[in-house]
Design a protein around this ligand. Structure first.
Ligand code: NAD
Ligand code: MG
Length: 401
């Protein structure tokens, strides 16, 4: 019997982090929680430390770490509390760590995730933004350090499951065509505004935007799903994970979120991965790969399915999708810029500073105004990200309520 896998969860208090801990709790004989990290929520982290007894808990700020320490005083919990980005990167690189779940939201996940990659770990990637913002550099590091990269995003996990095993085990240099793959069919539900009158999208409220019909997720990805920027980021993510061209990927709207994505082969076969929309399935798949473990997910009952439909995306309704797809063709500077701008605009929307349709307007303005030339090294990527944030904030002040 192999020893237990030592696990680090970046973003443990979030939606993906908690789902990961759920799967771990169902499979205690296979995993030990070595470290948990989170942003600011010390109370939730204290409860997770008491339940899972990690060796380390890392909070983003010193204040949050002090709060966590005080919550843990007078408990039996022996977890060592640390803070800051460097400490998050450090726990990922400990020699005894086997697996790192990358589930911080946004660009804040980049450096800790790269640390796990550089330490050659098995990296379970939920934090799509880190791959979108650093594409080639990220994949080159995976190859250089012989890390294992497994997709957690349900679509990419589905595509991965539908690929032949020789392609699953290649790292960023897969040749899809040589293995008979003709298309990747990236499915998306269309979010909560699939059928809403397009003229009323400017009036969308925060609570309407975060109410996804099929998935329960963090706030940022919920807004991204409503604008379909999420599918745009996933388009870029797929390009890097599966080494394909933009022409190899088609986006298909499938409102029921039962098929999680598909792979079409030259002989006319299309393989789909299906299941109830529950992130514990791709998490369990990646944790156990190539084995299968219990995820605690209710099996799909086909007799419960009343509608099963597919349409093309309407780019007038989802201009952010088009923006991201175009950025994918334009290159790294454009994808880093779009990702950074979108983090700023979604945050401004969630804080009531701009309207729902301003998200696209400011993302597009930021991309148009960007003057990056060469974006390849980590320094260039971080600089491009920073400049895009400053620029998006300036555009926001012009429309802010
Ligand atoms: P969430 O908002 O629920 O959780 C985010 C986690 O990141 C929290 O633990 C938070 O404390 C931590 N965090 C936030 N800012 C931080 C910072 N500056 N430094 C360190 N930690 C920070 O988000 P989520 O829905 O769990 O999504 C996490 C990632 O997974 C995102 O990249 C998202 O796109 C991706 N993802 C999520 C889902 C889903 O179903 N929720 C599906 C696919 C992909
Ligand atoms: Mg997804």
């Amino acid at each position: 019997m192999s020893p237990k896998q030592q696990l680090v969860i970046l973003g443990a208090t979030g939606s993906i982090g908690l789902s990961t801990l759920d799967v771990v709790s169902l499979n205690k004989e296979l995993f030990d929680v070595f470290a948990l990290t989170a942003g600011q929520n010390a109370k939730k982290m204290a409860a997770l430390c008491i339940e899972h007894e990690p060796v380390y808990a890392v909070m983003a700020s010193q204040t949050a770490a002090e709060q966590l320490s005080s919550y843990l005083t007078n408990t039996q919990c022996k977890t060592k509390v640390r803070h800051g980005e460097q400490a998050m990167s450090d726990v990922c690189a400990y020699p005894n760590v086997d697996v790192v779940m990358s589930a911080i939201v946004g660009a804040a996940g980049l450096l800790p995730t790269l640390s796990a990659v550089e330490a050659g770990k098995k990296v379970l990637l939920a934090n799509k933004e880190s791959l979108v913002m650093s594409g080639q550099l990220f994949i080159d590091k995976v190859k250089q350090h012989k890390a294992t990269l497994l997709p957690i995003d349900s679509e990419h996990n589905a595509i991965f499951q539908c690929l032949p095993s020789s392609l699953q085990n290649a790292k960023g240099d897969q040749n899809l065509q040589q293995h008979g793959v003709s298309k990747i069919l990236l499915t998306g539900s269309g979010g909560p505004f699939l059928t809403r009158d397009i003229n009323t999208l400017k009036d969308v409220t925060v609570s309407e935007a975060v109410a996804h019909p099929n998935w329960s997720m963090g706030q940022k990805i919920s807004v991204d799903s409503a604008t379909m920027m999420n599918k745009g980021l996933e388009f870029i993510e797929a390009k890097w994970l599966f080494n394909c061209d933009t022409s190899d990927i088609d986006v298909v709207i499938h409102p029921q979120s039962i098929i999680h994505s598909m792979v079409q082969y030259h002989d006319g076969s299309i393989l789909a991965q299906m299941g109830n929309p529950d992130m514990r399935t791709p998490i369990a798949h990646a944790l156990a790969y190539p084995e299968r473990i219990n995820a605690g997910v209710k099996p799909l009952n086909f007799s419960d399915i009343t509608d099963f439909s597919f349409t093309k995306p309407d780019y007038a309704r989802y201009p952010n999708l088009q923006l991201a797809v175009d950025a994918c063709s334009a290159g790294q500077g454009a994808t880093t810029t779009v990702n950074a701008a979108n983090e700023i605009t979604v945050n401004a929307f969630l804080n009531g500073k701009i309207g729902f349709t301003d998200i696209y307007k400011i993302n597009a303005q930021t991309l148009e105004a960007a003057t990056y030339t060469n974006v390849q090294s980590l320094d260039e990527i971080l600089e491009c990200d920073k400049l895009a944030r400053i620029s998006a904030l300036q555009f926001i002040t012009k429309v802010a309520h």
